[in-house]
Design a protein around this ligand. Structure first.
Ligand code: HEC
Ligand SMILES: [Cu+2]
Length: 339
């Protein structure tokens, strides 16, 4: 930032003007909370600064010329006609070259730096898999799996190793930095760090089909000790239905859902993989990355997921009775980590 201070001033103003519509601070590239986001913001300032400078200079010259050399009343002679000017040609070739070099050098070095710098040995590794239209997350060291919401510790580098299950997706958490494509059959990676606890919104930014626009996720950053406690609680999740109704729900889930969804530690023999892992589902803040996780919304989701998230691949369960749906909702809303 300091290096580019003079050029950055119009850039800051420009960025504020164009970005001030984003009220939610947890999804803002101009309010980054990690080193990658900050490095990228400096590049945005630099580029916006240079562009603003060029626009202003050109506009000023243009307006000056239009007024200074306009046709005046009573004017009889035609102004001197000039054709070609080596000096000017060289000048307006060299200036853009210089500006592009000023833009290119920091852009390339920063990008390579973000991409190539190896993660420290103690960096936490999280595997990310992109599906149409949801996100799977796995903590290979701990044997913990989750979906659509990924928990990380603050102040540490986190290594996301990504691949796509079907088509190309892209992982972007504006406040932390990014983006990174996920491809089928090939691992890509992105190393991010959150400096302070918080909830950071993430988006798929590669058009991947009908549900793409709502392919959201959340990064939830905790202080390291809180994060460790979270991992511990997810190693032995609490997945047994407690009330009569929830036990009924657990049975219905076995009959209808676990071919696609995994619920760990529930005594099911199958761990479905076609849909998000539902272990500890009550701790999820949203359903399918779209609506708040509460009884009413979960009922609506089960009866007609396509009304909530058009194009998604979960079948509607409108053939189940209201009582059966209530039981399933009760069971899912009891699922949590161990205390
Ligand atoms: C054919 C496979 C399939 C079946 C069967 C299925 N689902 Fe799903 N489910 C999905 C997919 C795919 C998604 C992800 C939708 C999206 O967000 O794009 C999903 C999403 C969900 C979500 C949101 C998860 C999250 O992380 O926010 C819940 C809750 C859910 N399903 C519950 C159920 C329940 C309960 C049943 C049984 C009554 C069930 N599903 C049956 C495929 C299935
Ligand atoms: Cu996608």
């Amino acid at each position: 930032m300091k290096r580019f201070a003079p050029v950055a001033i119009p850039g800051v103003l420009g960025a504020l003007l164009t970005q001030s519509g984003c009220a939610n601070p947890s999804i803002s590239v101009v309010d980054p909370t990690g080193p990658v986001g900050r490095a990228q913001l400096n590049l945005i300032y630099l580029a916006t600064g240079i562009m603003t400078l060029v626009t202003v200079v050109v506009a000023v010259i243009y307006i000056y010329v239009v007024f200074r050399f306009r046709e005046r009343p009573g004017q009889t002679h035609i102004p001197e006609q000039v054709e070609g000017s080596k000096k000017l040609e060289i000048l307006w070739t060299v200036i853009p070259i210089v500006l592009l070099v000023i833009l290119a050098v920091p852009t390339i070095t920063t990008t390579l730096n973000i991409d190539r710098k190896p993660a420290p040995d103690d960096a936490i590794r999280i595997n990310v898999v992109g599906y149409q239209y949801w996100w799977g997350f796995e903590y290979p060291g701990a044997g913990v799996t989750t979906a659509n919401e990924v928990h990380i510790p603050t102040g540490q580098k986190v290594k996301f190793i990504m691949k796509a299950h079907d088509v190309i997706h892209a992982f972007w958490v504006p406040s932390l930095g990014g983006k990174q494509d996920l491809s089928p059959g090939k691992n890509t990676r992105l190393i991010l760090q959150a400096d302070k606890p918080g909830v950071y919104e993430g988006k798929c930014t590669e058009l991947c089909g009908a549900g793409h626009a709502l392919m959201n996720f959340r990064v939830i950053a905790h202080p390291p000790d809180e994060f460790d406690a979270w991992i511990r609680s997810r190693k032995k999740p609490d997945s047994r239905g407690k009330s009569v109704m929830a036990r009924e729900g657990q049975k219905l889930v076995a009959q209808n859902c676990i071919g696609c969804h995994a619920i760990r530690n529930a005594g099911y023999r199958v761990l479905g993989k076609k849909g998000p892992d539902l272990t500890a589902f009550s701790e999820r803040t949203r359903i399918a990355g779209v609506i708040d996780n509460n009884d009413k919304n979960l009922t609506a989701w089960l009866k007609n997921p396509h009304a909530v998230k058009p194009g998604n691949r979960m079948p509607a369960f409108d053939h189940l009775s209201d009582k059966q749906i209530r039981a399933i909702v009760r069971y899912l809303r009891e699922l949590k980590g161990s205390s």
